[in-house]
Design a protein around this ligand. Sequence first.
Ligand SMILES: NC(=O)c1ccc[n+]([C@@H]2O[C@H](COP(=O)([O-])OP(=O)(O)OC[C@H]3O[C@@H](n4cnc5c(N)ncnc54)[C@H](OP(=O)(O)O)[C@@H]3O)[C@@H](O)[C@H]2O)c1
Length: 288
Amino acid sequence: MRVAITGTTGRVGAALARHLAPRHEVIPLPRAACDFSKPEALEAALDTLDCDVFINPAALTGLEACEDDPRLAMRVNSAAPGKIALWAADRGIRMIHFSTDYVFEGETTVPLGEDMPARPVNAYGRSKLAGEMAVLAHPGNLVLRVSWIFGPEKPSFVDQIFDAALAREPLAAVADKLCLPTCTTDLARWTETLLETGTQGILHACNPGPPVSWHGMAECVVREMTACGWLDLCPEVAALKLDEMPLFRASRPRFTVMDPGRLSAITGGLRPWPEALAEHVRLRCAAS
Ligand SMILES: NC(=O)c1ccc[n+]([C@@H]2O[C@H](COP(=O)([O-])OP(=O)(O)OC[C@H]3O[C@@H](n4cnc5c(N)ncnc54)[C@H](OP(=O)(O)O)[C@@H]3O)[C@@H](O)[C@H]2O)c1
């Protein structure tokens, strides 16, 4: 299959390009080839593109950046995906688009199904929800909602904790905000399966397991580092409150635990996040 992939310098795009390359013809579309903030550049790139499926993980992902420039957020996260979806529909090309758990307002305490109402609380979430709607306006397309991405391609929160623990720095993380993380290695495998199944609509694409906070993930990281012999004593991680984070100017939803049951049924089962995170830490230990 000829698979065009945007955002190949990002976590998800890089993981997809690496995973699919041995079995598919991957056409990478980094920002230099396809700038979502400049519609005229988008048209030039699409005019010459020949692919069977268009995968779109590219996005303006910084919450504060979206809050500071909501129009740019709408352009990158909604208008550009909408334009691509229209172009793809005209040519019978399926689109797989990536979205976020931050489309939810986070006020429930039960795992969120795909059909539960989305009510974003910040500019990022609003722009991503608008992007979902623009892509799903065309039958056949698929939206994968992911959350708290980690993987080997690009450092994320868990890698900051790994590095800080190695440097014997004090550790602290928010403990009153819950989610289910997504491992990029697993996400790339699921996406390849979904290329074949032709699934459409929305899927919650996170690893199953107990709902966890950043604090809980940080504790898993240092526990695994200690088990691997990289730390003599397992350090304590201080628990922070979401309301006490001075650098968080955009509102964050507190409970965005998505139910990945539909994806699990399609793919034949998903690896729990503690297993995926422990493997990630072991690989980092081996490479350090
Ligand atoms: N990271 C998470 O924890 C998380 C959580 C929930 C949902 N998601 C969603 O998952 C998807 C992938 O996220 P990620 O973690 O891979 O993001 P990422 O690491 O921040 O990468 C974003 C990618 O988008 C590209 N991009 C940004 N602005 C662009 C523009 N104007 N034109 C073209 N490309 C542009 C970036 O290119 P440059 O390198 O040139 O900037 C980069 O390749 C996104 O849709 C995001 O909303 C992520």
